[in-house]
Write a protein of this length. Structure first.
Length: 347
């Protein structure tokens, strides 16, 4: 398996790039969903969509008896136009939980309801060192950040003439790079890095002719960042969410490992599933860590809150600087794919 995973390095990183290049804040995910559909169909897996937009595909198992679910989310953080100022700047509101101070100076794209797209820059309302006394101290929050549009507009009427209005989506540049040392660095590795891992798993199944032990439903959700992505998924007996693993203070995981989450804000994950994942990793040389996530909720919790009687667990590659300028490593993604393969008992 290690050899097969190394052979998939280029596919994995290229898949991550394709996903990350598709703007997809929660509520505006059609581009990323289309990318998932295209890649899955290129690999020979037909897909379907739920009414809310989740992308689902089924993989036939070697045995009947139960159904297993895997999920990753392809929606991201983002912004939306809240209002237009008299001098033609766009005031914004958050979608999900981006770290707003990290957005000061970022390039962005504004999508109108009639299909037009404009570029701009997210800036503090005190953006110039030669002008504003509070350039260093002004808060970077929703009241003090705005979008400067790259169009010759001087007032609110000029912006409205472009077709821009309240409710338009603002998508900031992920700035994706893959380094020679194996790092994937980009915004929105949470969770397009894990979505790329699941699509790479499908390639491995195709290339090796293997199949999971049980029928498996893969679901790519589109509202995780706002809390209800996992509410609508196929009925399964077990659900393994593949999302980002936390790296930081009081945590064990690194970017080079797969993280197994024992508990997050919604309480402990299924004891038997977590224990089995730990034992599989330990017995098969998968580099892993077990952690408690202090500020976290997953699609498993959404699935539970929707009333589903399903066991659930959560794993993912270690990701540094979550909701900011994120980074993970090929090794962490590789170990994540390997652990999912073992969990599915692929053969």
């Amino acid at each position: 398996m290690q050899m097969h995973l190394e052979d998939c390095r280029e596919f994995l990183m290229n898949t991550a790039r394709r996903l990350l290049a598709a703007d997809s804040p929660s509520g505006f995910t059609q581009q990323a969903a289309a990318v998932v559909e295209q890649i899955a169909e290129e690999l020979g897996y037909p897909v379907r969509r739920t009414n809310k937009g989740n992308v689902i595909l089924s993989v036939r198992g070697r045995e009947r008896g139960k159904t297993v679910g895997l999920c990753a989310h392809i929606d991201t953080l983002g912004l939306m136009v809240r209002s237009i100022t008299p001098d033609g700047m766009l005031m914004i509101t958050k979608i999900g939980g981006p770290i707003l101070p990290t957005l000061d100076g970022e390039y962005c794209r504004i999508y109108t309801r009639d299909g037009r797209m404009y570029t701009g820059t997210i800036l503090s309302l005190s953006p110039a060192a030669h002008v504003f006394d509070d350039v260093l101290t002004r808060p970077r929050d929703e009241k003090n950040l705005a979008v400067r549009i790259d169009e010759p507009v001087r007032d609110k009427a000029g912006v409205e003439a472009l077709g821009i209005c309240a409710g338009d989506f603002v998508c900031f540049d992920p700035k994706t790079q893959v380094t020679g040392s194996g790092f994937l660095k980009s915004r929105f590795i949470d969770d397009k890095g894990s979505a790329a891992c699941l699509l790479t798993l499908l390639k491995l199944l195709r290339d090796t002719g293997a199949a999971p032990r049980y029928d498996t439903e893969l679901c790519f959700t589109v509202h995780e960042e706002v809390g209800h992505g996992g509410c609508v998924m196929p009925a399964v007996d077990e659900l393994l969410a593949v999302d980002m693993g936390c790296v930081g203070e009081d945590l064990n995981c690194t970017e080079y490992q797969v993280s197994i989450c024992a508990k997050d804000n919604n309480g402990p994950y299924d004891y038997g599933m977590v224990s089995r994942l730990v034992e599989l990793a330990r017995a098969n040389g998968v580099d892993y860590a077990v952690d408690i996530y202090p500020h976290y909720g997953s699609d498993v919790a959404a699935f539970w809150k929707a009333g589903n009687d399903t066991r659930g667990a959560l794993i993912g590659p270690g990701v540094h600087a979550s909701h900011g300028m994120e980074r993970t490593h090929f090794d962490g993604m590789k170990h994540t794919i390997h652990l999912v393969w073992l969990y599915l008992e692929c053969a």
